[in-house]
Design a protein around this ligand. Structure first.
Ligand code: ZN
Length: 292
């Protein structure tokens, strides 16, 4: 299970979310069989989606992060629930690029630097809220930071990291989101900036055995603060046969009838998890009748 915490300074100036998302990203790699660079990209997006989901108030609320860049991996999607559970999908999981000039996995290379990050907040009813921001670096953390600054006018620092083994398994993954709350004092802002600039990369801290609580302590050094919440989160898909039936019905009567004619069984694979749903031509015909 991944570990997610939130903490706030006693004066109410700053809030932070910190996650050790190693298990989430490891599961995503197993499901999607991603190349190392795509594991890093999808893993960072899932890590952000878990923290951003956990910020939501309503039980039915969810957040979709859609990253549509011009890189060879195509578009990325991560869905965060208000529980902090996440699921994700990438168009071309196998794309691999050489390490970048800094010797790191080339996340910006597989994502692309031209395109948009779409953030869709779904409240479980009514119209979802959609915000978008141009991709600034393709490294994802900067793109999330930019989204908060421009779309939500919330000064934010986001850091995300994924470390991948040479055998493609995930060593560790994690991230933090720090936000200034309305009315934050100049003194608090200065101290936070200093703490953020001092902190080591998140994967390095995880390799040293640091926990989310330890990292919150580093981010809030010289502050008094409270841990608001500690929870475990996981890669979780909530697909079901009923949901797949609804998707099939939306295809329309004529196309469903044709599918029933042409193939004895129709297979529908979930985008987010390894589940495959099979429908006999008889069942597809019944759905076609229901689609009228
Ligand atoms: Zn599924």
């Amino acid at each position: 299970m991944a570990k997610l915490i939130s903490a706030m300074t006693k004066g109410g100036d700053v809030i932070c979310y910190v996650i050790d998302s190693t298990d989430i990203v490891a599961r995503a790699e197993q499901i999607h069989k991603t190349s190392s660079a795509v594991t890093a990209a999808l893993g960072r997006l899932l890590t952000a989606a878990s923290m951003m989901g956990a910020r939501l108030k309503g039980e039915m609320d969810s957040i979709n992060l859609q990253l549509r860049g011009d890189g060879p991996a195509g578009s990325f999607l991560a869905v965060g629930e208000s529980t902090g559970n996440v699921r994700g999908y990438v168009q071309n999981p196998l794309v691999e690029l050489p390490l970048n000039s800094k010797g790191k996995l080339d996340v910006a290379g597989v994502v692309g630097t031209d395109g948009f990050l779409y953030v869709v907040r779904d409240f479980g009813f009514g119209e979802p809220y959609i915000g978008s921001t141009p991709i600034v670096s393709g490294e994802i953390a900067e793109d999330i930071t930019h989204y908060y600054a421009t779309s939500e006018q919330t000064p934010t620092v986001c850091a995300l990291g994924v470390l991948v083994n040479t055998d493609l398994t995930v060593i560790n993954a994690g991230g933090f989101i720090i936000q200034l709350l309305p009315g934050a004092s100049e003194d608090a802002i200065e101290k936070i900036e200093a703490n953020v600039s001092r902190i080591s990369p998140i994967t390095e801290l995880l390799s040293e055995g640091k926990s989310p609580e330890d990292m919150a302590g580093m981010l809030f050094e010289d502050f008094e603060y409270d841990i608001l919440e500690q929870r475990t989160t996981e890669y979780h898909c909530d697909c079901s046969r009923e949901r797949v039936e609804r998707i099939l019905i939306s295809i329309g009567t004529d196309d469903l009838r044709q599918m029933a004619e042409e193939q004895p069984t129709t297979e529908v694979k979930c985008h987010f998890c390894p589940k495959v749903y099979e429908f006999s031509s008889e069942e597809v015909r019944r759905l076609a009748d229901g689609a009228k």
